[in-house]
Write a new protein. Structure first.
Length: 277
């Protein structure tokens, strides 16, 4: 896809996510909107994986450690043909549905149960190490939130990744400086994140995490030999909908009818602007 189409796709997926959350009165709105551009860059330009090949030995693996942002991932998997849109729209967050508030392996395209924060990077280390042992070309990408950087298991995994020289592993931190109860600095200061990963012998790169072109450019570059890589993606929580932007209370907030309609108008205006480019 070209740059313009990728930007349109991100707006379209934000709109679908906004609708899904409002219609079912459940979801992690701010977190979903924050990482939409990251998922678009990965699934439409970077990951070597399709609905038919994602279980193959050499297919890339994506692990969403910040599992609470599952709604945007559902919408991406729907758009890419892993799951059925009508089924998602009908059954999301309903009794006995596989479409629950965190990723599960009941959903095609999701290889791990996640959402207990701090565990995704360890899973990624295991997958990347296994790929090395199998002489596989598989690459592993792990998306984390900045709030979960306070979890000790993250740093155990970071140490292991550098110890084993996992240059087939890329971690991405959705760095919006907010978590469920406030700013990351007020809850458990993790900034500057890049310095900490450098101390664990990772290559570190900072990027505007809401700039799809920049994300695609960096994610498509190979890791340096023998070194895992972390991308600090500086994002805006609630990106794309003014009422939700940079607001900690929108971590798990559901829009009112008025907020919902205003959000739709904003997203439609963004899409119209892109269509006129």
């Amino acid at each position: 896809m070209n740059s313009l189409d990728l930007k349109k796709k991100a707006v379209q997926l934000r709109k679908r996510t906004w609708q899904l959350i409002y219609n079912h009165k459940n979801g992690h709105t701010g977190s979903d909107l924050s990482c939409a551009d990251i998922l678009v860059a990965l699934y439409y330009e970077v990951l070597k994986q399709t609905p038919d090949t994602f279980e193959d030995k050499d297919a890339d693996t994506y692990i969403q450690s910040k599992g609470h942002a599952v709604e945007i991932w559902y919408e991406v998997l729907d758009d890419k043909g892993y799951i059925d849109q009508d089924d998602l729209d009908k059954r999301y967050s309903t009794f006995n549905s596989p479409y629950i508030g965190h990723p599960t392996t009941d959903i095609k395209g999701m290889e791990f149960h996640t959402g207990s924060l701090g565990h995704g990077l360890g899973l990624g280390v295991g997958v990347a190490l296994a790929a090395k042992m199998d002489h596989s070309s598989k690459r592993t990408f792990v998306l984390m939130g900045d709030g979960e950087q306070a979890e000790g298991s993250v740093w155990e995994a970071a140490m292991a990744a550098s110890n084993y020289g996992l240059d087939n592993l890329t971690a991405i931190v959705d760095h919006n400086d907010l978590q469920i109860t406030g700013t990351t600095d007020s809850v458990m200061r993790s900034n500057p994140i890049s310095n900490k990963y450098q101390a664990f012998d990772w290559d570190t790169i900072e990027v505007n995490g809401n700039d799809i072109d920049a994300l695609v450019n960096i994610l498509n570059k190979p890791n340096n030999s023998g070194r895992p890589r972390v991308i600090i993606a500086n994002t805006v929580k609630g990106k794309g909908i003014t009422v939700a932007e940079n607001r900690a209370d929108w971590h798990h907030k559901i829009p009112s009818e008025a907020e919902y309609q205003e959000g739709l108008r904003e997203l439609d205006a963004q899409l119209e602007g892109l269509n006129n480019d």
